[in-house]
Write a protein that binds this ligand. Structure first.
Ligand code: FMN
Length: 268
């Protein structure tokens, strides 16, 4: 009887030790990276974007000079690291203590949500291409969250009165607004002024970072809101404000400060 009791105690302590080891491993092991359809993706469906860093050679004034609305693109993809910089410039974190962003926001209410619509072979990284689909940018963790799979560029183009550059660009950014975040503080003024102004700041940041990295972009305001929202699968409270196709320009815009001097001088 004593022997049996001893065996049971042994078995129980062995089981307890094994559970403690398994539990400790479970809570301390790093999140496992697995590959689904050739895309680095975490178990919970998030893509970790390359971290923001100094990348461009152009100064701010050169970038402003070269910024143009570009509507014709080659078939080349956008690099994931460049897309990461464009998203960071749009609405990424630039002040870690308070979580402030790359664009100013009335009362730091941050009403905007950024989606991207990636076409087939539209975004490349070292081991392949991002799956075509709709993704949402999460600024705090600098990650992309897969919303839905599939190439939705044509549907987005149809929602934008058939503007061909939407369908032809390797990717489109869609800026949406949750107006309530700002109107709960500022009322109607938040809806008609502050939120659209903020979308303008974000749009310009996207233009400038895209230009600095030798991509072309154009902001699109003409579209059917409901059709765009349905296409990207945004939440009911997220209203689309801007579509921004981005791609490698067929022709790089050419201008110089000398050209601008000539223009100004001739008007003095
Ligand atoms: C609010 C707003 C809405 C716009 N909507 C469209 C649009 O729907 N389609 C388009 O091709 N360009 C659109 N544009 C881009 C303008 O056509 C472009 O900025 C203008 O022609 C000046 O050219 P630039 O941007 O190269 O300086 C829009 C620009 C703004 C500011």
């Amino acid at each position: 009887m004593a022997k049996l009791l001893e065996k049971i105690v042994w078995a129980l302590s062995l089981a307890l030790t094994a559970s403690i080891i398994a539990y400790t491993w479970y809570i301390t092991a790093p999140a496992e990276r697995i590959t689904i359809t050739n895309m680095p993706i975490l178990l919970d469906g998030r893509i970790f974007l390359p971290l923001p860093q100094k990348v461009s050679e152009l100064t701010v004034e050169e970038t402003i000079l070269l910024r143009r609305s570009i509507r014709e693109y080659t078939s080349e993809p956008v690099n994931l690291s460049d897309l990461a910089m464009i998203l960071w410039a749009a609405y990424g974190i630039t002040e870690p203590r308070l979580g402030f962003r790359a664009a100013p926001s009335a009362g730091a209410t941050y009403p905007l949500e950024i989606y991207i619509v990636v076409g087939e072979r539209g975004v490349k990284y070292s081991e392949g291409f991002l799956d075509e689909g709709v993704y949402k940018y999460e600024p705090h963790s600098h990650t992309l969250l897969l919303v839905k799979r599939g190439d939705y560029r044509r549907a987005l183009m149809n929602a934008a009165s058939g503007q061909s550059w939407v369908g032809e660009a390797p990717l489109n950014i869609v800026i949406c607004a949750v107006f309530e975040r700002t109107t709960r503080v500022y009322g109607e003024r938040g809806r008609v002024r502050y939120v659209p102004m903020e979308a303008g700041h974000v749009g310009q940041n996207i233009y400038l970072m895209a230009t600095a990295l030798k991509y072309g972009a154009v902001v699109i305001g003409a579209f059917n809101d409901d059709q765009v929202a349905k296409t990207i699968g945004s939440k009911l409270e997220e209203e689309p404000l801007y579509i921004i196709p981005i791609g490698v320009p067929r022709r790089q815009p050419k201008t110089s400060f000398e050209d601008i001097w000539e223009y100004i001088e001739s008007r003095r």
